[in-house]
Design a protein around this ligand. Structure first.
Ligand code: SF4
Length: 336
């Protein structure tokens, strides 16, 4: 059988449409890889498929040229990512155009598809929708797609049969420590940057998934915490440096510093192996003080972060008013 081809398409992202109150960021906001496609690619390759990403935000060419390149690739399946509210409309426009111009099956996944699966599946440009994780979905889905049958055996799938929308069963949970690294070979890694990044190549990563905190306004609340081990994190850093020339990584997970001992172990492992890479992360302000009874700065942790290459921490500061923080359940606390 000929190798099946999977074209992943990432449309340009017109941030000006929703960022008009942040004119200073404008064009310099940055270009980031949609790292979820890295896991899609890793799992599709395990299934024996060829994968190519068409990163139109980096290509900076019009739709017609991207279409020509995708047509030249001659794929069997098109993939789109519904991963963020602010990019969804642009993605939908391109998914409709590609459906019209190539008449190929289209699959969509991502965080928005978990949150609003049926609403998104009302758009008929999508033939299949993943409501779960690429790691458990992609391989069984592609096997069913090759056969053109047995879609009911694919976990986390929305599809249509005889005019009816069907939702299959939930995938079994696979711990984050067992997920592969995202396949960064599909990305134009030299094209990415953020407005505050310092080195190239630049990428993003996920050191953990979930957040155990209860903040009332946040879709991540009460989603647990699963972190990669210190050794796995440094393995991934070495993979970034050695295989992709990456020297800066921004960890996008919501609360990287939540497990203090994991970060101290990570810093010690970085010190031992010395990968040539700097990094940044997201955290709560109290992650830097919560183990101390006097709530003072956690100097041991802060020094370990700096020594291991941490150059920036993005804090979520919703309010300076303690009562407001209490009202939205973001007051200082461990997890309650
Ligand atoms: S700590 Fe941050 S990520 Fe976690 S629930 Fe609160 S706002 Fe969301």
């Amino acid at each position: 059988m000929n190798t099946m081809r999977f074209a992943l398409i990432y449309p340009p992202f017109y941030h000006k449409k929703f960022n008009e109150n942040l004119p200073t960021t404008d064009d310099e906001f940055g270009l980031f890889p949609h790292i979820g496609f890295g896991w899609v690619s890793a799992m599709a390759k395990r299934a024996g498929w060829d994968v190519r990403l068409f990163e139109a935000a980096c290509m900076k060419v019009p739709y017609e040229q991207v279409l020509a390149e995708v047509q030249a690739y001659n794929p069997d399946l098109l993939g789109f990512a519904g991963h963020a509210t602010q990019t969804f409309r642009d993605m939908l426009v391109w998914a409709r155009r590609f459906k019209r111009d190539m008449r190929l099956p289209v699959v969509v996944g991502g965080y928005e598809c978990k949150a609003y699966p049926y609403e998104i599946f009302e758009h008929e440009c999508f033939d299949y929708l993943c409501v779960g994780e690429a790691v458990t979905f992609v391989e069984p889905f592609l096997r069913a797609f090759e056969k053109g049958t047995d879609y009911d055996k694919v976990p986390d799938l929305l599809y249509r049969e005889n005019g009816n929308v069907k939702r299959t069963f939930d995938a079994p949970h696979v711990p984050y420590t067992e997920h592969p690294f995202p396949d960064r070979s599909i990305f134009p890694n030299d094209a990415f940057y953020s407005m505050v990044s310092q080195r190239k190549n630049f990428t993003i990563g996920m050191s953990e998934v979930g957040c155990p905190y209860p903040c009332t306004f946040c879709s991540m609340r009460h989603t647990g915490f699963e972190g990669r081990t210190a050794e796995q994190l440094v393995d991934e850093l070495e993979n970034c440096v050695n295989d992709h020339g990456i020297h800066e990584i921004d960890f996008f997970d919501p609360i990287m510093l939540f497990d203090r001992q994991r970060i101290l172990d990570f810093a010690a492992e970085v010190k031992r192996r010395k990968p040539d890479i700097i990094w940044s992360c997201r955290a709560r302000v109290d992650n830097l003080s919560f183990h101390r009874s006097d709530r003072g700065p956690d100097e041991e942790l802060i020094e370990a972060l700096a020594e291991s290459g941490c150059r920036r921490i993005f804090f979520g500061i919703e309010s300076g008013d303690e009562q407001v923080l209490k009202n939205v359940k973001k007051a200082r606390s461990r997890t309650t």
